[in-house]
Design a protein. Structure first.
Length: 206
């Protein structure tokens, strides 16, 4: 349950929502939040997921094996230096990137088909409540403590209220950590998110 509560869909869902609700001023803050969550997802998230099937040493080794970590480092280097990728490589990376979301949707659908809802309702309710309600309330409190205002406050709180990230289905499947429950949590939290995000956006002045 920890994984589905910790990591929200701050990329496809969060960035688009921030752009729609608060415009370009919120995007740098929303993007920074997304990058940090992505880094934590493929380090701390992989570590926690792999602990279910291996020891601490094996979990640490699992982080080293994740290609996304090296891809993020390479992307930062390319952006900072200002390099332009050769056209064949750029097209290949773009095609693979565009295929990510459809692939995740197919995998989540397969897991939902095999999921067992009996005995999961309470756990799903708890995880969804923490992800969609408790997380943004904590974010509001922390934002006040750290003195965030304006677009930074709006973007940070909105990103914290996103439903469970679809990528969690990949990690749960890869490390065999209750993949059917995680897929159900992703599905239900995404389905319920308009009920919690809409009043939050009104509070934030969208």
């Amino acid at each position: 349950m920890l994984l589905v509560v910790m990591f929200g869909n701050s990329g496809n869902y969060g960035l688009s929502l921030n752009l729609f609700a608060f415009g370009l001023p919120a995007m740098p803050y929303a993007s920074l939040y997304f990058v940090i969550i992505l880094l934590l997802m493929y380090t701390l998230g992989v570590f926690l997921a792999s602990l279910g099937t291996t020891g601490i040493n094996g979990a640490l080794l699992g982080i080293v094996k994740v290609p996304a970590v090296y891809a993020m480092v390479a992307a930062l280097v390319v952006n900072q230096v200002g390099w332009d990728l050769p056209l064949p490589i750029d097209r290949t990376v773009t095609l693979l990137g565009d295929a990510t979301i459809p692939t995740l949707m197919v995998l989540m659908g397969a897991q939902l088909y095999h999921s067992q809802w009996n005995g999961q309702i309470l756990a799903l309710g708890l995880s969804n409540g923490m992800r969609l309600v408790v997380a943004p309330l904590l974010a509001i409190g922390l934002a006040v403590v750290f003195g965030l205002t304006g677009a930074a406050f709006q973007a940070g709180v909105t990103q914290s209220a996103m439903p469970t990230a679809v990528v969690m289905t990949i990690l749960a499947t890869e490390y065999n950590v209750e993949p059917s429950f995680v897929s159900s949590a992703v599905f239900t939290s995404t389905l319920l998110s308009p009920l919690t995000v809409t009043p939050l956006l009104a509070y934030l002045g969208a």
